[in-house]
Every structure is written in C-alpha cells, then in structure tokens.
Design a protein around this ligand. Sequence first.
Ligand SMILES: [Zn+2]
Length: 249
Amino acid sequence: MKLISLPKEIMQGSKIRAIGVAEKNHNISKIVPVADVKQTRRVFQLRNTLDICHTIIIFSVYSLCLFAPFTFNWGVLCGTSSLCRYWTLRLYRNSSTSGGSDMCGNHNNVKDLEMQAYYRFLRRTQYVHPNAFVALLYALGGFPYIIWGMAVRLFLVFHGTFLVNLVCHVWGRQVWKTGDLSRNNGYIALITFGEGWHNNHHAFQSSARYGLEWWQIDMTWYIEKLLECIGLATDLKVPSDLQKQKMLL
Ligand SMILES: [Zn+2]
C-alpha cells in the first residue's frame, strides 16, 4: 500500500490523502473509495496579499448579490446573459484545464500559448478585462446590469466550479484509470455545460472535449465546434484512441 496525493484542486484548503494500490508508474489499478479518504480541515487563513484580494472580491460579489431580487427584470436578465455567455464559458474552461502544478507542471508547460501574441496580451491585461467589462455593463444598463452581469454571474461560476469539484469527486461513475476520486456525473454536466464529465477531464486534461461519448452532453464542446466551423477556433485537442486505450479501467 502506498500513499497517493490527490490533485491540487481537492487539496486546497484541506490536507487529504487517499490510500490506494499503486503501480510503479503511479497508475492506480483500484478505484479509491471515498470512505478511505482521511481529511483534516485547515483553519481559514489569509497568507498573503493575493488571499486578501480574493477574499475582498468574493465578499463583494456575495454582498452585491443581495441586491439581485430588487434589480431583477427580464430585460436585464436577457441583456446581461447574452453579453456574458462567451465571456464566462471561455474563462471557465480555460482555467479548469490548467490543472494542478503537481500533475501538469508550472506555467512553463504552456510554451505553445506563450508563443502566441494573443495569449500574451490576455495575460498582460488580465486585470483590465473585468474592470472594462464592469464599465461596459454600467454604460449599457446601470447598476442592475452590474449586479446581474457581474455579481450574479460570478456567484454562479464560483458555485458551478465548487459543485463540480465537490460532487464529481463523490458521486458518479469512473470509467478511466485516473487513480483519484474523479467521477462522471451527468446531472452536474447538464447544469455546468459539460464540466460534470469530470473523470474524463482528469483522464485527458488537455482535451477540449469533456463529453467524450455522443450521449455525454457537453454544451461548451458544441460551441467550440461552432467556433471551429466559422474559423474562430483551430486545432481543438481531443484524446486519441491509443490514449483512451491506455486509460481504460
Ligand atoms: Zn477534479
């Protein structure tokens, strides 16, 4: 028996280790049962400036959401949701595929992205985008647009991500030999635009497609294919048959 570290996304805020039977190449031949996971919660702490900034942002988002019932109307909902659709989907999937440094290496592992001026520009100006978006929302619809286009949207994105990282490590089906607790959960996939095919994602982290079977609904993948059809996306990565073969349980 050997102790195996879980992915960073589960480790954050807690110390978790799962016991599994490991082969030499770290592939686990046995699914790790949730009951075997020992967990010790770490007390909430602010360790650096970034932690303080994140706390302020999250507190602000939740506080602004209190205004949501008083600023709601269908015009605001339709206006902000159409504006936010592309914004949310792309940032969400891009960030979730970056993975933990323990599994994928650090930022140096994205040389292909760093070679493209477009991504270098995005990184250099990453703090400008949300502020510019807030200004645009305010110009288009005032305070209600900021509440629904920024605060409520971020609230849903946060909780969608938390839902995937919690539920899809407890309930669902494992089909790939990932050696962790990740699972595919169709219910979560339906409400998170395909992110619920989480065992697929853990198995093939560079894949743009999470719903690998035709019946695994993955709205983000359909939009990516649409973008490819009209020439706005190229070189969409999906796992090869050989890669799938190696990961089968
Ligand atoms: Zn996960």
